[in-house]
Design a protein around this ligand. Sequence first.
Ligand code: FES
Length: 123
Amino acid sequence: MISSAPARAVRVLVGTLEELNARELTLVKLAPDAEGRPREAVVLRDEAGQWRCYRNLCRHLPVPLDGGSRRFLVAGELQCGTHGARYRRSDGVCVAGPCKGTLLIALALQQDGERLYLLDAGQ
Ligand code: FES
């Protein structure tokens, strides 16, 4: 999703479009949360080719979506490495698994020329 900046969002460079197009997905380190826990975002194209960005955070339990494996995509969907929940790339909806119907935390994206930025509002 390409959109305007949320209030108080920090703009973080994801990469150039050339770099991003050469990869299946891109991981971006974010500032730690208020308790000092690491935060990370996943940037990838959805089924229609639109850029999407989500926190690397499952909605079943507060653990990284990839469970530390660095493997995210299974059969074209984002899959939790802990219990196997599957999330649609286009909107982050969990379509299978213990948290079915929940939503990944989406971050807005902003294209500036040949560069793509995410807008981190701290969520
Ligand atoms: S922690 Fe992700 S499905 Fe359980």
